[in-house]
Design a protein around this ligand. Sequence first.
Ligand SMILES: [Zn+2]
Length: 111
Amino acid sequence: MDFEPRSALQAERARASKLLVDVELSMQDVSDARDGANTDDEHDPEGSTLAWERGSLGAVRDDARRRVEQVDAALGRLDAGTYGSCAVGGEPIPEARLAAVPWAATCVAHA
Ligand SMILES: [Zn+2]
């Protein structure tokens, strides 16, 4: 295999972990801005914007957190020797899919 799953996974883990930290800092900023403004979300246009911003940051944070979990699970499969086998059918996951999605636990058909 030319593809190096462990280094690809470690790179993705570093990227997602950094994103997670950045998003949590941004959420803290949004939270501080709201506390400082002392606004009412339902009636204040700026308050609604802050609430929306925090909600969308929350979605980014949840995605980043999930990605870290997926990458950790894939690293665990590498250590266990089951990496690259579909978690549903047990057939080999095509290398092209692993190259595109190194944390993939299933083939495309079972995704
Ligand atoms: Zn499968």
